[in-house]
Write a protein that binds this ligand. Structure first.
Ligand code: ZN
Length: 155
């Protein structure tokens, strides 16, 4: 049985992939360049390719204090779930403003025209998960099946 320490940044098993992205406070080491947007977004890491995700895209985000998204966007097929994990800010969806902070979860369906801003003095942290709208046809309680007893080796 292998024991993987944190120093191993990426671990691939037969049935899993693990990627240590680093601390959320260090997310500025990453930036995301959307092909249709002129400037790269600092502090945004998409993990689909890192992890080989097949049913969702997930981004880890550190959004700088005082910054606003300069455009609204909607989606063709994917709903989005924004999970705020630190800081304070606001989302703007179809003209409605929602205050957000750690623990706020916001689902936006495909048609929602959305943007967000950080109108605070601290950076805003969130995770965004997108998946195909109405694709969750299986009941998740039925989907889990027992797979034995965990055996932890002593370290
Ligand atoms: Zn989006």
């Amino acid at each position: 049985m292998a024991v993987h320490k944190l120093e191993e940044k990426k671990i691939e098993g037969a049935n899993f992939t693990c990627f240590h992205a680093g601390k959320f406070a260090d997310l500025f080491q990453y930036e995301f360049k959307h092909p249709k947007v002129e400037k790269a977004a600092p502090g945004k890491l998409l993990v689909k390719d890192q992890l080989g995700l097949t049913g969702m895209q997930v981004s880890l985000n550190r959004f700088p204090a005082g910054r606003s998204m300069p455009f609204l966007h909607s989606h063709k097929q994917n709903e989005e779930l924004y999970i705020f994990v630190g800081g304070e800010g606001q989302m703007l969806i179809d003209g409605e403003i929602i205050d957000v902070t750690e623990g706020t979860c916001v689902r936006v369906n495909t048609k929602g025209a959305r943007a967000w801003r950080n109108n605070s003095k601290e950076d805003l942290y969130f995770i965004c998960i997108q998946a195909k709208e109405n694709s969750l046809s299986q009941d998740t309680l039925d989907d889990g099946v027992p797979a034995g007893t965990p055996h932890w080796v002593q370290q």
